[in-house]
Design a protein around this ligand. Structure first.
Ligand code: ATP
Ligand code: MG
Length: 366
């Protein structure tokens, strides 16, 4: 793991001090143009690792996102996970609990959102709300409790309950990685103004967000305590500087790459019985097509057809999700980075670099 990422990672050893955290940090980069190459490479790597994770079906992973309003959760999720195949990933947005949810314990609504082995769940807000907004407004007071629990310190109990819950998940095959997008109060004000001033962002304006802003200091205390009480080696918190959108996106892409690499998924091996069956099936199919039964030699070269512009565009898009899997060697990846960089600098109406990665990277790093 890079030193730059280690700085933001909390595993329960060091203490997180929110007042000394630099939310405008952009690490070793002086501008976004320097970060595009790495961002694109990370999106490719995330795609490649997800294919393996899904194929291996041994472990699931949850990426939790917590932040003050307008910190950029939605943009980070949209861009960093953009190269994932939809069948292996699901995003869950947890809002104010419904009356049914409130009539259960606070972890109840999360069970059905846990990922199957090989899958990724993205929690856009989570049970950590119960030690954030729940703590700031003492929401537990609005609920009825058994008499034996009435004097409980509900909030402080929750930290250890959450740690135990995440340990249970880890022990049973699901990792939990937590990401706090740490935006400054000034930057939040600028983004709220931009939402008011820009017609196509008006739908994001919320009076509730303004009301919560009045509790800024209480929220900061709650975030600091949350990180310090629930960071563990298996379930770390990453506190990400979020005043620069492109740096936050780059950092989260690094976190996802790092996590998936640590999980080290591999395509499952084919055992002897399967290999025998494969050979039999291959022979049958080859006979049906009237082609050679020797796998290594592609007997017939497909006829060369004239490619249309659309063919080329789709071929390029496919290369992001398929060809890259085959081309693991470093040199090839470097070449791709170079051409993707060229594409990322192309004007918006130029479809010469029309694959998911360059489109997203171009937007994400702006
Ligand atoms: P966006 O504003 O970008 O659409 P959002 O996550 O802010 O995304 P909103 O619908 O605006 O979505 O807000 C969700 C609200 O739900 C937040 O204010 C959050 O604090 C609240 N919430 C989530 N979980 C709980 C909980 N357990 N108890 C009370 N409030 C909760
Ligand atoms: Mg909101």
């Amino acid at each position: 793991m890079s030193e730059e990422l280690k700085k933001y990672r909390f595993t329960g050893d060091g203490k997180f001090n929110i007042s000394s955290f630099d939310r405008a940090d952009t690490g070793s980069f002086s501008g976004r143009d320097e970060a595009v190459d790495e961002f694109i490479a990370n999106l490719h790597e995330i795609n490649r690792l997800q294919q393996k994770l899904y194929a291996a079906r041994r472990e699931g992973v949850i990426f939790i996102f917590q932040a003050m309003d307008a910190a950029g959760k939605d943009g980070v999720i949209r861009t960093v996970f953009s190269t994932l195949s939809p069948h292996g990933v699901k995003e869950y947005c947890f809002k104010v609990p419904s009356s049914v949810e409130q009539s259960h314990d606070y972890l109840w609504r999360f069970w059905s959102a846990l990922p199957a082995k090989g899958n990724i769940s993205i929690f856009n807000r989570s049970y950590y709300e119960d030690v954030l907004v729940g703590r700031v407004h003492s929401l537990y007071k609005n609920q009825l409790w058994p008499k034996r629990l009435e004097d409980n310190d509900f909030i402080s109990d929750r930290y250890s309950q959450i740690v135990n819950f995440e340990q249970y998940l880890y022990d049973t095959g699901t990792r939990v990685v937590k990401i706090f997008l740490n935006v400054s109060k000034e930057e939040q004000a600028r983004r709220f103004i931009s939402r008011i001033d820009t017609p196509k962002k008006n739908w994001k304006v919320s009076s509730g967000d303004m009301a919560e802003r009045d509790y800024w200091d209480e929220y900061m205390d709650a975030f600091e305590t949350m990180v310090n009480k629930t960071s563990t080696a298996h379930s770390p918190w990453y506190v990400v500087p979020a005043d620069s959108k492109w740096y936050a996106r780059l950092t989260v892409s690094r976190i996802v790459v790092e996590t998936l690499r640590e999980m080290a998924p591999e395509y499952p091996d084919v055992d002897e019985a399967e290999a025998k069956l494969f050979a039999e099936n291959r022979a049958k199919l080859a006979a049906e097509l009237g082609i050679s039964d020797a796998p290594a030699e592609p007997a017939e070269k497909p006829k060369k057809e004239k490619k249309t512009k659309a063919d080329k565009v789709f071929a390029k898009a496919d290369s992001v999700t398929e060809d890259i899997i085959k081309d693991e060697e470093e040199g090839k990846i470097k070449k791709e980075k170079k051409s993707a960089k060229k594409a990322s600098k192309a004007p918006a109406d130029d479809d010469s670099g029309f694959d998911a990665v360059s489109v997203i990277a171009r937007e994400a790093m702006s």
